[in-house]
Design a protein around this ligand. Structure first.
Ligand code: GLY
Length: 364
C-alpha cells in the first residue's frame, strides 16, 4: 500500500492507495468506528455496482450503516439533495463523533463533504473515491460544495477529510469517457509540475484505458496525488499557488458554462483549455515555442479533444470574464513556461480577451 500524508492547518490525514483495498476496508473501519454510526453517501450507479455489497460487508462487521443514495449526476448536487442528507442524519440521531463516507465521484465527495462540514458544525468525513478524477483531484484538498441554479460550487467551504481510501481496481467499471476525463486531471499535474510523470505516461503507453494501464495506475495516481498534496499544503485556502491547479480551467469552465454543463465532460473541456491557454501564452512569449503543439499531441494520444467546439467566441470570452477568479479587471491565469513548469500570472482582462479573440477567430 502506498500512503501519502497530507498536512493542513486543521488536519493531518492519509491517502491510502492500493488495488483491492475496498475488500479490506470494512475490517479497517471496524477498528475505528465500532461504536459510531456511518452515513454512506453514494449515487444510484455506484450503489448498484459496489455500494450495496460494501454496505453488507460493513454490516457483517457489525458496523451501524445508514445508506443515503441519490440519483447520479451533477444535477443532484444541490441544496435540496443536501437538505435530504441533513434529514437522514438528523432522523438517525447522528452525532459529531459519527462519520460521513463519500463513496463515489466528485459530485458525491463535494456534497457529502459539505454535509459533513456543516451538520452539527462538523463531523467525521471519509472519502472513498470511485472515479479517476476523484482519486487524483476532488477527494484531496478539502474543497466541498453544492451548486446553485446561478452556477457551480457557489455554496461551499474547505473541509479536509479524516482519511482517503483509494482503490484503483474500482476504475475497471468506468466508461472510456470517464477514464479519459480523469486522465486529463492526472496528466495536468505532470504538465504543471513533473515532466517525468508526463513523459512516462505519454511515451511508455500506447493505450489509455483501465486494462492497459492497470499495472501502473497505483503509481500514476500516487505521483499525481503527491503533486496535489504539495500544492495544497502550501496554499490550503486557494489564495495563491493552489490556483496553478486551475491550469486549463479558465477556458475549460467557460466552455462547460456555455454548454450549460450538458455538453463536454469536465476533462474534455480542460483538455481544450490547456491547449488554448498554451497557444495564447506562447504567442505572448511566456511559453517556450513548440510546447502547445507537444501538449496537443499528448492529449490527442489520450483521446482528449484539443480544439474548441463550434461556439460563439464573444460568448466564450464573456463567460471567462464572469469567472469568479476575475477580480476587478485583472485575471490570474495558470500557464506553463514549458511542460513541467507551471506559473501564475496576472493579466489585464481586456488585453487577454483581445489576444484570445485574435487567436481563436483569426489564428493570429
Ligand atoms: N481542483 C482544484 C483544487 O482542488 O484546488
Amino acid at each position: 500500500m502506498k500512503i501519502i500524508t497530507v498536512n493542513t492547518e486543521g488536519k493531518t490525514y492519509d491517502i491510502s492507495i492500493e488495488s483491492g483495498l475496498i475488500k479490506r476496508l470494512p475490517g479497517i473501519l471496524k477498528k475505528q468506528y465500532r461504536d459510531n454510526k456511518i452515513a454512506l453517501i453514494t449515487d444510484d450507479n455506484v450503489f448498484k455496482l459496489y455500494g450495496r455489497d460494501f454496505c453488507q460487508l460493513l454490516q457483517l462487521e457489525e458496523l451501524s450503516v445508514v445508506p443515503v443514495v441519490f440519483k447520479a449526476g451533477e444535477q443532484s448536487k444541490n441544496i435540496h439533495q443536501l437538505s435530504q442528507i441533513y434529514d437522514t442524519l438528523a432522523d438517525n440521531s447522528f452525532t459529531r463523533s459519527d462519520v460521513v463516507i463519500a463513496f463515489g465521484g466528485g459530485v458525491t465527495g463535494d456534497m457529502a463533504g459539505l454535509a459533513a462540514a456543516t451538520f452539527l458544525r462538523g463531523m467525521g468525513f471519509i472519502q472513498i473515491p470511485t472515479t479517476l478524477l476523484a482519486m487524483v483531484d476532488s477527494s484531496i484538498g478539502g474543497k466541498v460544495a453544492v451548486d446553485l441554479p446561478q452556477g457551480k460550487n457557489l455554496v461551499g467551504t474547505f473541509y479536509q477529510p479524516d482519511m482517503v481510501y483509494t482503490d484503483p481496481e474500482l476504475l475497471k467499471t468506468l466508461s472510456g469517457e470517464q477514464f479519459a476525463n480523469g486522465m486529463a486531471e492526472l496528466i495536468k499535474h505532470g504538465i504543471i509540475r513533473d515532466i517525468n510523470l508526463f513523459n512516462d505516461i505519454i511515451d511508455s503507453n500506447t493505450e489509455f484505458n483501465y486494462e492497459a494501464l492497470s499495472d501502473k495506475l497505483d503509481r500514476y495516481i500516487y505521483e499525481s496525488c503527491e503533486i496535489k498534496r504539495k500544492i495544497v499544503e502550501q496554499d490550503e485556502f486557494d489564495n495563491g499557488i493552489r490556483q496553478l491547479l486551475n491550469f486549463g480551467h479558465t477556458i475549460g469552465h467557460a466552455i462547460e458554462k456555455i454548454q450549460d454543463y450538458k455538453g463536454m465532460s469536465h476533462g474534455e473541456a480542460i483538455s481544450i483549455g490547456m491547449v488554448i491557454i498554451t497557444r495564447l501564452t506562447e504567442k505572448m512569449g511566456l511559453t517556450q515555442r513548440g510546447e502547445a503543439q507537444r501538449l496537443e499531441a499528448a492529449l490527442k494520444k489520450l483521446e482528449l479533444p484539443t480544439e474548441l467546439p463550434d461556439l460563439n467566441v464573444s460568448e466564450l470570452i464573456n463567460a471567462i470574464s464572469l469567472d469568479k477568479k476575475n477580480r476587478s479587471g485583472i485575471i490570474t491565469i495558470a500557464y506553463i513556461e514549458q511542460i513541467g513548469v507551471g506559473k501564475l500570472k496576472q493579466l489585464v482582462l481586456d488585453q487577454m480577451e483581445e489576444e484570445l479573440y485574435g487567436l481563436i477567430k483569426y489564428n493570429i
